[in-house]
Design a protein around this ligand. Structure first.
Ligand SMILES: Nc1ccn([C@@H]2O[C@H](COP(=O)(O)O)[C@@H](O)[C@H]2O)c(=O)n1
Length: 594
């Protein structure tokens, strides 16, 4: 736990983990290791429920590995990408991710893949390839991605890995997939899953009969069309071999039963969740006394990332839990954070603001505060600051709630990490501009986070539910009944998935989420009576990240092809990213008396 983090609440109760012959420990979308992997490597400092840091996680992995060895079963530790962007430890270094990648290399991952956040930026993609892929070698899987760093295209990482597990001798064939992502830097190439599964290496790979279990790790929503296509391709060849999927990207806890020998697990986001999945009764061909697949049992669990839970599952206490390597990692994280001055106080948030735990629009909603206060005050250009303007930003650019109290340099990256620039379209007819918001709401664009880039399409095609009655995969409900324990409940995830409602390791008071728009709009420099007497033309100011969609919207509204991203010019200075504007706003308006 980091020195500035709070302890998790006492009184939480946990059940024991169900171990199988093969077990998996899964993290995904950890951009934010404030408690987690999207870069919250230092743990969620202001959310005690998720306050474990990366050092604590190393200790957990080490203890669980020892337990696996003692039991003579296998433990596969894996990560399904989006380790890039989203907190100070990643974003405040030059090049970004310099320290984070080093820390990750200490995690003994058996298999890993990458997410879209490793590919938005060319330098990030290149450094991931040079520093992470080469380090993890064959364990880094990227079945549908290529990179060009030398002038020639080459596979980003290993396309397919066949390996035999140490304890039980399971013969595993593993693949790593990214969803059908299109906003990657030009030094990378992402092939669709549909095209990739037609390639000869894939078809040959799945035809090999020397396999007990297929493992597909993906930065892919588990209900996506991509996973369904991969599942069907393997099932065509092997009607009976178990297939285990691990997904990500949509930032949820979820579990899907594809058929009686195949399931998929998604383990949340931001190092709030460590996913556990075990398979028992699975047959290893080389081990004649092992069970056969007809009695296969799968168990899944979503573990909150905090030390209390970790200690429980390892049978350790506060003094025996830390391993030397874990402790050292915690110390080094604190040291590097200090070196980057991440805990520097910028100002004091006057209240809690949330992205979706409070109604939008409303006084506690962060998007409303941005629309009403921050955007109109901060998004200003010397040349055109007097011109009335609509300011649009996509809601996915905001990544974390803001908590009452200290707002640090690090918080600015947790909340708004991206380096998008503000651009503008000049002198647009007001009568056209007012239709843009409706366009954004109907558009399928990269506006949001917390779900697939193409959610409707993916969900509808992927969501043909299995008839679980006729596919009797045994999902393990042997775990102790939750109702027997007394709990001090905290607000958090209350997951319902294909196996029911007993997946959350800690019982939470369900977290409420309110709907939010895809794009928010701040209005600035309008005369007082502008709603009854609007100006003829205004400026539109927006992130370059959504420029293509603004042009598409203007073309659709006007029924022309007059608008193109080439017409959009910078509005502010290059360094005026949203992160920077937020820091300036907090320093100027929030005071420092927390
Ligand atoms: N430069 C960027 C990059 C991404 N976004 C937003 O993030 C979403 C994807 O994030 P996930 O964690 O869900 O993969 C994307 O759809 C955008 O909303 C951004 O704003 N700027």
């Amino acid at each position: 736990i980091q020195p500035s983090a709070q302890n998790p609440v006492a009184g939480q109760r946990f059940r024991h983990l169900e171990w199988g012959l093969i077990n998996f420990l899964h993290t995904t979308d950890n951009l934010t290791w404030g408690a987690n992997s999207h870069g919250w490597h230092a743990g969620h400092l202001q959310e005690p429920q998720y306050s474990a840091d990366f050092g604590d996680y190393l200790s957990l992995v080490s203890h669980l590995r020892n337990t696996a060895e003692e039991k003579g079963v296998d433990l596969i530790v894996l990560d399904t990408g989006d380790r890039a962007e989203g907190n100070g430890l990643w974003d405040a270094t030059d090049p970004m991710g310099k320290y984070t990648r080093n820390f990750y290399r200490e995690l003994p991952l058996d298999i890993l893949t990458l997410g879209n956040h490793e590919l938005y930026n060319g330098t990030t993609a290149r450094n991931e390839f040079l520093e992470m892929v080469s380090f993890y070698e064959g364990r880094y899987l990227a079945s549908n991605i290529d990179i060009n760093v030398t002038g020639d295209w080459e596979p980003f990482a290993t396309r397919i890995r066949k390996f035999v597990t140490e304890q039980q001798g399971f013969r595993i064939t593993a693949f790593g997939f990214l969803f059908n992502f299109t906003r990657n830097d030009k030094n990378t190439r992402v092939k669709t899953a549909a095209d990739t599964i037609k390639e000869s290496w894939f078809q040959e790979g799945i035809r090999d009969t020397d396999v007990d279990l297929f493992v597909i790790i993906g930065h892919v929503d588990i209900y996506s069309i991509e996973f369904t296509q991969i599942f069907e391709a393997i099932r065509e060849v092997h009607p009976d071999i178990p297939i285990q999927f691990f997904g990500g990207h949509s930032h949820i806890r979820n579990f899907r039963i594809l058929d009686n020998k195949s399931t998929a697990l998604e383990s949340g986001k931001y190092f709030e969740t460590v996913g556990w999945l075990s398979i028992d009764g699975i047959k290893a061909r080389e081990a004649p006394d092992s069970a056969d697949n007809t009695s296969m049992v799968v168990s899944r669990r979503y573990i909150d990332a905090n030390r209390v839970g970790y200690q429980h599952h390892t049978g350790k206490n506060a003094t025996t839990f830390d391993t030397p390597q874990g402790l050292l990692m915690t110390e080094r994280l604190a040291k590097y954070r200090a070196g980057l001055d991440l805990d520097r106080l910028i100002g004091c948030a006057p209240q809690d603001f949330s992205l979706s735990k409070h109604i939008y629009p409303g006084p506690q909603n962060w998007y409303s505060y941005l629309e009403e206060r921050i955007l109109p005050t901060m998004v200003y250009s010397k040349e055109r600051g007097q011109v009335p303007r609509f300011i649009f930003i996509n809601t996915g650019s905001q990544r974390s709630d803001v908590f009452k109290g200290p707002f640090t340099y690090d918080t600015s990256f947790l909340v708004s990490p991206f380096t998008s620039k503000f651009v503008h379209a000049k002198d647009i007819d007001y009568s056209i501009a007012i239709h843009l918001r409706d366009f954004f709401e109907k558009d399928v664009g990269p506006y949001r986070s917390d779900k697939s880039e193409n959610p409707l399409e993916n969900r509808q095609q992927g969501a043909e539910e299995v008839d679980i009655q006729s596919s009797p995969l045994l999902v393990d409900h042997r775990q102790a009944s939750l109702a027997r324990h007394k709990h001090t409940k905290v607000i958090g995830y209350a997951t319902t998935d294909d196996a029911g409602t007993d997946g959350d390791d800690t019982i939470h008071v369900p977290l409420k989420r309110y709907p939010t728009p895809q794009v928010i709009q701040g209005n600035a420099s309008f005369p007082e009576d502008w709603e009854s007497n609007p100006p003829a033309t205004i400026d539109l100011v927006f992130f370059d990240f959504i420029a293509w969609h603004v042009a598409a919207g203007l073309n659709e509204i006007t029924g022309t092809e007059d608008y193109s991203t080439k017409d959009f010019l910078p509005y502010m200075e290059q360094e005026d990213t949203m992160t920077r504007l937020l820091l300036d706003y907090v320093a100027k308006y929030w005071g420092r008396d927390c």
